[in-house]
Design a protein around this ligand. Structure first.
Ligand code: AP5
Length: 215
């Protein structure tokens, strides 16, 4: 299964990708997670990316394209992968097509999660993420059993730096301008399917699996 999850910040890409990873046993490739790890480790790439991420802007294409190209060649991607947060621009989508061609791989589907803008803001301001395993929670919609600690591994939950309302609104406008055109790109390629991301988390997961089974 080779899949892209498309959708604005807070649409549920990471939440659904982790559930699909558990179900299908294929890796989630989240460019956001990879970049945050680089920022935390203070690598040259992380230092370059931090300013863009803190301002809600996209990191330059050549940085993320390089990350994904390298990641897709690793052995755990042989039987499939879930791309979460990549591609985000038409040049990134073109670079992905070239990379997959060179690896003799085809995408199976691009799933677009649809969520109302105000719901996205509420989801992101209430999001908490585990420092240890990266699992996401929401203080209202998906609360941890114990406040501040991860159900899966007991790690500390934190709020992302870019989940402040002003930065969230910037990220949403960047999505409309630079990433939303990918819907037409993948519709043209016959790969796009839309899912109502306003539904409850498990229902969204069932809808995604239904689409994947039908393909
Ligand atoms: P990234 O980390 O990719 O962030 P994003 O795309 O903005 O997406 P999020 O992680 O915020 O949201 P999500 O859709 O995964 O939602 P989640 O499942 O967590 O990118 C961060 C930054 O890195 C970018 O701004 C950019 O600077 C840089 N970057 C990354 N990739 C890049 C690229 N390719 N090119 C250039 N720059 C790049 O859910 C959110 C909350 O809602 C959670 O609390 C969850 O519990 C809750 N929730 C989920 N589903 C539901 C539901 N159905 N009902 C109710 N609540 C729900």
């Amino acid at each position: 299964m080779k899949l892209i999850l498309l959708g604005p910040p807070g649409a549920g890409k990471g939440t659904q990708a982790k559930m699909l990873t558990d179900h299908f046993g294929i890796p989630q490739i989240s460019t956001g997670d990879i970049l945050r790890a680089a920022v935390k480790d203070g690598t040259p790439m992380g230092l370059r990316a931090k300013g863009y991420m803190d301002s809600g802007l996209l990191v330059p294409d050549e940085v993320v394209v390089g990350i994904v190209r390298e990641r897709l060649q690793q052995s755990d991607c042989k039987s499939g992968f879930i791309l979460d947060g990549f591609p985000r621009t038409v040049p990134q989508a073109d670079a992905l097509r070239e990379t997959l061609e060179s690896l003799a791989k085809d995408l199976d589907a691009v799933i677009s999660l649809k969520v109302d803008t105000e719901a996205l803001v509420g989801r992101l301001t209430g999001r908490r993420t585990c420092r240890q395993c990266g699992r996401g929670f929401h203080v209202v919609f998906d609360p941890p059993r114990q406040t501040g600690s991860c159900d899966a591994c007991g790690g500390e939950l934190y709020q992302r730096d870019d989940d402040r309302e002003e930065t969230i609104r910037k990220r949403l406008s960047v999505y409309s301008e630079q990433t939303a055109p990918l819907e037409a790109y993948y519709t043209g390629a016959g790969l796009l399917a839309s899912v109502d991301g306003m539904l409850e988390i498990n229902v969204v997961q069932q809808r995604i699996r239904g689409i994947l089974q039908a393909r």
